[in-house]
Write a protein that binds this ligand. Structure first.
Ligand code: F6P
Length: 357
């Protein structure tokens, strides 16, 4: 039966968002003959007069597989269950727009914040929604990977490769800061892929003297340069004992703080040149790598299948490399941190990497 659906992207962008949109349009419109509408800037397109919705067809999605960002726009601000600048709660207006547009439902592509909102819109306002998980941080439960993660890992690995040659030429310690406020997946994967000597992640508060020890150990072995990768949320053991870790999109968060603090410590304690690179949003921009295009396409197609089967309230996930889905009610409001007994943590230790503890 023909359907009318809306697609939106919410939260921070990630390479592969456009590839999901493309897959939904190619399958939903191209194969099934449905009508698919893009909604601008997350849910804002359904209630803000300055934002719009428009029909997506195979003709206006050309080139999307490789295009970074999201053609729909996104935001990681605002919650439609909280009063807007006019003191009004947007959620009922969203439900009304869905009804006015005669949509059968929505596909929400976003992180756990977006999926938690999707679940509330369904349960409290009856808006039928299927979720697609996204984040470069890979910190969502129930899915092996989120798309965007491998693109970020690739950027960070490339950065380590480049830092490697210049570090070696100058006998320097290079500190690379990558994203990950509460979970260190990017740091761990890129650190292993790019041969970092120290990998510091939020899950393991570090002892700065362990990093110094690693640098000295390498010197003793005739290696006069060291590569350190630091997740932006990594903290020292001293900080861990005195403060609560920063979470989510807290305004108190300062990009670059973790890496500069560590570099200052190294510079104060060793006669060595230390340089910092903060990779920042380079990790979120640009074309998705092959795996993210592939995963985004599988997610988009599976989301259409869920809509077809009226499996509203489900979110597509990858489990043991199989496409399946879980209930939006199971999407935790907390990030998936790296378990301390994770195989990759053991692998890093066995490969002689210091985790700062
Ligand atoms: O959730 C993805 C993420 O990229 C985090 O790793 C990062 O700290 C944050 O978003 C940055 O968000 P913003 O776009 O607000 O700078």
């Amino acid at each position: 039966m023909s359907k009318r659906i809306g697609i939106l992207t919410g939260g921070g962008d990630a390479p592969g968002l456009n590839a999901v949109i493309r897959a939904i349009v190619k399958y939903g419109v191209g194969q099934k003959g449905w009508s698919v509408f893009g909604i601008e800037e997350a849910y804002n397109g359904l209630f803000k007069p300055t934002k719009r919705t428009w029909e997506l067809t195979p003709d206006n999605i050309g080139g999307l597989l490789t295009k970074g960002g999201t053609i729909l726009g996104t935001t990681n601000k605002g919650n439609p269950f909280e009063p807007d600048e006019n003191g009004e709660i947007p959620a009922p207006k969203i439900a009304q727009s869905v009804a006015d547009m005669q949509l059968d439902g929505l596909i929400s592509i976003g992180g756990d914040g977006s999926q938690t909102i999707a679940h509330r819109l369904m349960t409290e306002y009856g808006v039928p929604i299927v979720g697609v998980p996204k984040t470069i941080d890979n910190d969502l439960f129930h899915t092996d990977y989120t798309f965007g993660f491998w693109s970020a890992v690739d950027v960070a690995t490339d950065a380590l490769d480049r830092l490697h040659t210049t570090a070696e030429s100058h006998d320097r310690v290079m500190v690379l800061e990558v994203m990950g406020r509460t979970a260190g997946w990017i740091a761990l994967y890129a650190g292993l892929s790019g041969g970092a000597d120290c990998i510091l992640i939020p899950e393991i508060p570090y002892d700065p003297s362990a990093v110094i020890h690693k640098i000295m150990e390498r010197r003793g072995a005739g290696k006069h340069f060291t590569l350190v990768i630091v997740a932006e949320g990594a903290i020292s053991q001293e900080e861990a004992s005195e403060t609560l870790p920063l979470t989510g999109t807290s305004n108190k968060f300062v990009s670059g703080k973790a890496s500069h603090k560590l570099a200052d410590h190294i510079g104060d304690h060793l006669d060595v040149e230390c340089r910092v690179t903060v990779l920042g949003h380079l990790q979120r921009g640009g074309s998705p790598v092959a795996f993210d295009r592939f995963l985004a396409t599988r997610f988009g197609v599976h989301a259409v299948d869920l809509v077809e089967n009226e499996q509203w309230g489900e979110m597509v996930v990858l489990q043991n490399n199989q496409m399946t889905s879980i209930s939006l009610s199971e999407v935790a409001g907390t990030p998936r941190e790296i378990p301390l007994d994770h195989e990759l943590i053991q692998t890093a230790r066995k490969a002689g990497v210091s985790l700062g503890d």
